[in-house]
Design a protein around this ligand. Structure first.
Ligand SMILES: NC(=O)c1ccc[n+]([C@@H]2O[C@H](COP(=O)([O-])OP(=O)(O)OC[C@H]3O[C@@H](n4cnc5c(N)ncnc54)[C@H](OP(=O)(O)O)[C@@H]3O)[C@@H](O)[C@H]2O)c1
Length: 269
């Protein structure tokens, strides 16, 4: 497959596994990462320094690929993290940072690659959201909001660019083994002050997010297969899931929101 792929968040988890999988399949892969040392030894992936919250860094990422390859066929927005904590305690600056990474990072990169893809008469943008773009749990307000926004944005973009043979699609993983859980647990620790009225929720969510917690059965390699499919399907779908269970969870949350909420409330009692 003679395609050029740009992947954000390539230093870890799904981004890293997707970069490796796509390179193995013969695609030309550029992995953007804040810490290039994390990609040392992955010789078949071109690594470029990238902070998705920094406009100049994103421009440099795209310019580098264009200078070296002259085209970008696939953009995979995988960079993201969970800024978990109570709405009452998370500062607005911290909430903005969550959106800068999970939402505006993807949005601005899309703006940079769209003229290139239009000029090429085709392209694919794959946005890594979460089942948490449709379902929600305590302490995840800004994370869920950022992923829900990403999904609505992707669907709107898809409507606008289909006529140029460009598609914007969404992958919705559920709990997946990566560094995501450790980062989210650390965010809870940072965002829940001593003596907080939300300490019990913090404890519950920290346990739920443990690396060996039930439901954390998918691996980043499993998700890489799903992302690969989303990026290369000849006729892409709007949504991709790793497991039927994930698809059903999202369906129930959307179709029967009261049942979903009652079950969630019950599990918190
Ligand atoms: N794992 C899950 O359970 C799960 C479930 C649903 C959705 N997701 C979503 O899947 C995507 C990939 O997550 P993952 O599971 O692979 O987690 P991960 O292993 O923690 O990887 C996240 C990646 O995002 C990068 N990143 C974070 N902030 C960045 C920034 N400002 N600029 C550039 N890169 C940045 C990280 O870079 P550093 O190495 O520099 O930190 C890392 O490479 C995320 O969008 C996440 O929200 C994950």
């Amino acid at each position: 497959m003679d395609k050029v792929v740009a992947i954000t968040g390539a230093s870890s988890g799904m981004g890293l596994e997707t970069a490796k999988l796509m390179a193995k399949a013969g695609l030309t892969v550029y992995g953007g990462a804040r810490h290039l040392d994390k990609l040392r030894g992955i010789t078949d992936v071109h690594s470029v320094k990238l902070d998705v919250t920094d406009t100049a860094s994103k421009q440099h990422f795209v310019d580098t690929i264009m200078k070296e390859q002259g085209r970008i066929d696939i953009l995979i927005n995988s960079a993201g993290y969970g800024e978990l904590g109570p709405v009452e305690n998370i500062s607005m600056a911290t909430a903005h940072q969550q959106f800068e990474t999970n939402f505006f990072g993807a949005a601005e990169l899309a703006q940079l690659v769209l003229p290139i893809m239009r000029h090429q008469h085709g392209g694919r943008i794959v946005n890594i959201s979460s089942v948490g773009g449709d379902i929600y749990s305590p302490l995840g307000a800004y994370y869920h909001a950022s992923k829900a926004a990403l999904q609505q944005w992707s669907d709107t973009l898809d409507l606008e660019v289909q006529r140029f043979n460009i598609r914007s699609v969404v992958v919705q993983p559920s709990g997946t083994r990566s560094t995501w859980g450790a980062v989210a647990r650390e965010k809870i620790r940072q965002n829940v002050p001593n003596g907080s009225a939300y300490a019990d929720l913090a404890e519950l969510m920290t346990t739920t997010l443990a690396d060996d917690a039930q439901g954390m059965s998918a691996t980043s390699s499993d998700l890489a297969q799903v992302i690969f499919k989303a990026a290369t399907d000849v006729i892409p779908k709007r949504r991709y899931f790793n497991a039927v269970r994930d698809r059903v969870t999202v369906f129930v949350a959307r179709a029967l929101p009261n049942i979903f909420r009652r079950r969630l409330q019950h599990s918190l009692e």
